[in-house]
Design a protein around this ligand. Structure first.
Ligand code: NAD
Length: 523
């Protein structure tokens, strides 16, 4: 997490910044080690612009903080608008050559990039866990998912096909798919490296060059990613910038050379990006936003299975900070008490502690802002009359005095009029509500502005399919929760987003269609 406070860093280290002067590119093999205290989890502190590892043009840094201890664990450049401009110009200069490669050649480079990431996966894992607060066991999957996504899109590159259209018999009418050129990817804090790689792979396969904006509060893995991408990909094809959303994010969105923006984050920021983009040009903005996802339990399923799946679906291992968390558990009245009792038992058993330990079930939330947001939900739940079953406060004990800790929490009897029902917490709070008829379950499930995921649990396939068809959500599971599958589209309806990622349409979404009408001579 960033403390936007370069001065404090220099005071701590008793060194002075070089005002207004870029530290510039460094030798490809020699990193300068000075200024880095021993407790930094990574010494890497440079962005990637045009194939060079650089500091910000004015030498400013942001500090990143371990959410478990509030200690400074690294630093990243605070990019300037000038840095953003250089990154975009580098991408714009690089993409035509990348696009001119055969799909096979692009695929090979992407696979090499994946191998290089895998080779440093243990190092990335440690840094990512320290920087996000997410627990280590499930985070092991993040680099793997990123590399699998590179492999998947590398293998799809030959599917960037156009069409022949039989509009007239005597001529030829064909379409080509061409890349936008520069694609900007803005990433959220919960899985920073995974999103920076998995969610740029499709655009790379389609022949675009990328500028990634890392999140403010977990930016450190982006510094390692910069090193890996510099060595694995041609200069300018993959650029990484760090800094705050209002300056760096906005400069990316409003840059005249950027037409394609891909965003993962909150609905508020998504709308701000749409507005900012529309102010300056005609741009293609895809949005993967928040969720308040229902988990609908029918009475024919064993309450133990429901409870187990509902707790898993909450993703407590990364503090519920997941867009797809099934944070509204809607249980049929006949099994309500039985499910609730088991859910509470399982949530009480979640062990809070050091996120780097494989024994830990839940770490701290990601930042002070997140902590305050979660605490505010505890307050409103009390006012609204939700029944607190477990949690609802900060944990006791010396280990939790510093850091952004809250207890995993369950509220029962949550109803559509309550804030907890309507708003995404993006934190470790599970809300449980009751339904009696099929229609009531549908109405309650659909009664928020969100429409990202939904889980339906029943042994009756007819009930399951009827329910799934009625629910306004982009990604659903029958007798499942939480999992993503490579190649299966993911994305939201309603205020949860626009377009789908993770399948072939994501790759096609990074192309524009060009039509060629070949007018043949008559006769
Ligand atoms: P956020 O919207 O606060 O920030 C996301 C990114 O946007 C950050 O990199 C931030 O710096 C940048 N940003 C902020 N203001 C900007 C601006 N004006 N212009 C351009 N960029 C700007 O979100 P967050 O708190 O990092 O992440 C949590 C949200 O992300 C939740 O709502 C969650 O549901 C959502 N999310 C969605 C998915 C999905 O696939 N649908 C996945 C993960 C997270």
């Amino acid at each position: 997490m960033i403390r936007s406070d370069a001065r404090r860093f220099y005071a701590l280290r008793k060194v002075r910044p070089v005002a207004g002067k870029s530290n510039g590119p460094v030798d490809r093999h020699v990193e300068r080690e000075e200024h880095h205290p021993m407790n930094y989890v990574t010494q890497a502190d440079r962005m990637l612009i045009g194939g060079e590892l650089v500091h910000a043009s004015n030498g400013a840094f942001d500090l990143s903080i371990d959410p478990a201890t509030e200690e400074v664990i690294g630093r990243v450049p605070r990019a300037t608008v000038e840095d953003v401009d250089r990154a975009i110009r580098a991408a714009d200069a690089a993409w035509p050559e990348w696009f001119a490669l055969t799909p096979l050649a692009r695929s090979r480079a992407m696979r090499d990039f994946g191998k290089a990431l895998r080779a440093r996966s243990e190092e990335i894992l440690k840094v990512e866990v320290a920087d996000t607060g997410n627990t280590i066991t499930p985070m092991r999957g993040d680099v793997g998912f990123a590399v699998d996504s590179l492999d998947y899109y590398a293998g799809l590159a030959h599917e960037l096909k156009g069409q022949t259209i039989p509009s007239t018999h005597e001529n030829l009418h064909i379409t080509l798919r061409e890349p936008y050129g520069v694609v900007v990817r803005i990433a959220p804090f919960n899985h920073p490296l995974m999103f920076a790689v998995a969610r740029t792979a499709a655009a790379l396969a389609a022949g675009n060059a990328i500028v990634v904006k890392a999140p403010e509060t977990s930016p450190l893995s982006a510094m390692i990613l910069s090193q890996i991408a510099r060595d694995a990909l041609p200069p300018g094809i993959f650029n990484v910038v760090t800094g705050d959303g209002r300056t760096v994010g906005n400069a990316l969105v409003q840059h005249p050379l950027v037409k394609r923006i891909a965003f993962i984050g909150s609905p508020q920021t998504g709308r701000a990006i749409q507005r900012a983009a529309a102010e300056v040009g005609v741009k293609h903005v895809s949005l993967e936003l928040g969720g308040k996802n229902p988990f609908i339990a029918f009475p024919d399923v064993d309450p133990e299975r429901i409870a187990e799946a509902a707790v898993r679906g909450m993703n407590f291992a990364w503090q519920g900070q997941s867009c797809g968390s099934t944070s509204r558990l809607l249980v049929h009245a006949d099994i309500y008490d039985a499910v609730l009792e088991r859910v509470v038992e399982k949530v009480r058993a979640i062990r809070l502690g050091d996120p780097q330990s494989p024994e830990t079930g839940m770490g701290p939330v990601n930042s002070r802002v997140q902590l305050e947001k979660v605490l505010s939900f505890f307050e409103s739940a009390k006012t609204d009359g939700a029944r607190l079953m477990t949690g609802g406060k900060r944990p006791d004990g010396p280990m939790f005095e510093r850091g952004y800790w809250v207890e995993p929490t369950v509220y029962a009897d949550v109803e559509p009029g309550m804030r907890l029902w309507q708003e995404e917490v993006f934190g470790p709070i599970l809300s449980v509500g009751k339904w009696r008829s099929f229609e009531e379950a549908v109405e309650k499930a659909n009664s928020t502005e969100y429409g990202l995921t939904a889980a339906v649990w029943t042994n009756d396939i007819n009930d399951a399919l009827r329910m799934v068809r009625k629910i306004r959500a982009g990604h659903t599971w029958i007798n499942g929760s939480s999992a993503h599958f490579i190649g299966v589209p993911f994305g939201g309806m309603k205020s949860s987003g626009i377009e789908r990622e993770e399948g072939i349409e994501e790759m096609l979404g990074y192309t524009e269609t060009k039509t060629i009408n070949i007018m043949l001579p008559k006769g």
